[in-house]
Design a protein around this ligand. Structure first.
Ligand code: ADP
Ligand code: GN1
Ligand code: MG
Length: 362
């Protein structure tokens, strides 16, 4: 691997002796390595071209958005070196290079002295992360979303996600459908909820903003020494979307008492204290940025993003694990189960969640 990574780095004008290589397992999509070369630290990433077939469009978005963020962060006195990702153009200036086996690589600076969490326990860090993800939307509020490429078509279109699930059920490509009768019924029973935000977009009730769309807790780097959020990463899905997508997707992941793939469902709970901590930062820090209708949509966003993600894990299980990295045959099914449990608990506590959003919206 060392030879391959050195070859990739050379294509981006970075040469020297490779001192250390670390494979990072947290993401479900790309293949990420941290490489130390000549005293500097880089992220070398093989882009998943099944998920992102149009890499030109992905990199075009990333270069343009990171330029915008760099400017805004510099203007406000921040440190653009550590607070925004910096990608290299490479020999052809396109931001990626395809090797002889067809693998597509990119290189960017690795942010040292930062942590990315898979489980969130510290409520103060959650509040700060909520504020940072909210601020990310604010920083992009003067970015023209109509110029962004749609890197994954219908990414959070839950109406389409349900169509995809039904198509997967019909295909039954892996032959696993017989194992998931109850799971399929669980999602079918919630089709009206799944359609809700898309219907509101169609009705012009909710504004489209420039959103991150993948606000998992391990997609924000936390400064190791100050424990404050440093940098929002994983920028492949920045596209026009709803504030409730970013809020909801973050909650889906960080208000879980256990890991996303916990097998023992008795350990999986929706944590109201974590929800409140994140809402305090995201909603409370927004200072009138969100409209009334958006505030009203936030809790729906939590349920719908969790439902959507669960349906995607279930579909991938039925398809035979072609989208998300899976370490064992039931991995996607285990993930679907945790999302179903979270949906059920959120549904039961909908009113309490709404009250918390209202409390911080004041
Ligand atoms: P994926 O799309 O597979 O989720 P990410 O871009 O999120 O890939 O990267 C996977 C993980 O690698 C992140 O969760 C984070 O822990 C780590 N990581 C990625 N880029 C950086 C970076 N520039 N600095 C520090 N850590 C990083
Ligand atoms: C993927 O790339 P990563 O691991 O940060 C996925 C998200 C899912 C998430 C579930 C491009 O996020 O949409 O919510 O897994 N990203 C893509 O953990 O599909
Ligand atoms: Mg990621």
């Amino acid at each position: 691997m060392e030879k391959k990574l050195a070859q990739v780095l050379a294509r981006f004008g970075i040469r020297g002796t490779v001192q250390a290589i670390r494979y990072i397992r947290t993401g479900h999509i790309n293949q990420t390595y941290n490489v130390q070369i000549s005293g500097k630290s880089y992220a070398v990433q093989a882009i998943n071209t099944y998920v992102f077939p149009n890499v030109d469009q992905v990199m075009e978005n990333i270069f343009s958005v990171t330029d915008h963020l760099r400017k805004k962060i510099s203007e406000s006195g921040g440190d653009p070196q550590r607070e925004v990702l910096h990608f290299y153009g490479g020999n052809e200036g396109k931001g990626y290079w395809i090797d002889s086996e067809g693998k597509c690589w990119r290189v960017y600076d690795f942010v040292e002295g930062a942590l990315s969490y898979n489980i969130a326990d510290d409520l103060q860090i959650l509040t700060d992360a909520g504020q940072a993800f909210g601020n990310f939307q604010k920083l992009l509020s003067d970015y023209d979303g109509s110029t962004l490429n749609e890197t994954i078509v219908d990414f959070h279109n839950t109406r389409q996600r349900y169509v995809n699930l039904e198509e997967g059920i019909r295909r039954n490509a892996s032959g696993r459908l017989c194992n998931v009768t109850e799971e399929v019924e669980f999602f079918r029973a919630r089709i009206a909820t799944a359609h809700r935000l898309v219907d509101q977009i169609d009705g012009g009730e909710l504004p489209l903003r420039v959103t991150h769309n993948d606000t998992k807790f391990n997609n924000i780097l936390i400064d190791e020494s100050t424990k404050k959020p440093l940098c929002v990463i994983d920028l492949d899905t920045i596209m026009p979307g709803l504030a409730a997508y970013d809020f909801g997707d973050a909650i889906r992941f960080c208000a879980n008492s256990a890991a996303e793939d916990e097998k023992d469902l008795s350990k999986v709970h929706f944590c109201m204290d974590k929800f409140e901590a994140f809402a305090k930062g995201f909603i409370g820090g927004a200072d009138g940025f969100f409209t009334e209708a958006e505030l009203e949509s936030m809790v729906w966003g939590c349920i719908i993003m969790t439902l959507e993600c669960g349906s995607r894990f279930l579909l991938d299980y039925i398809d035979g694990d072609i989208y998300f990295h899976a370490d064992y045959p039931e991995h996607n099914l285990d993930r679907a189960h945790t999302q179903m449990k979270l949906v059920t608990e959120m549904e039961a506590r909908f009113d309490e969640m709404q009250d918390i959003v209202r409390k911080y919206a004041k």
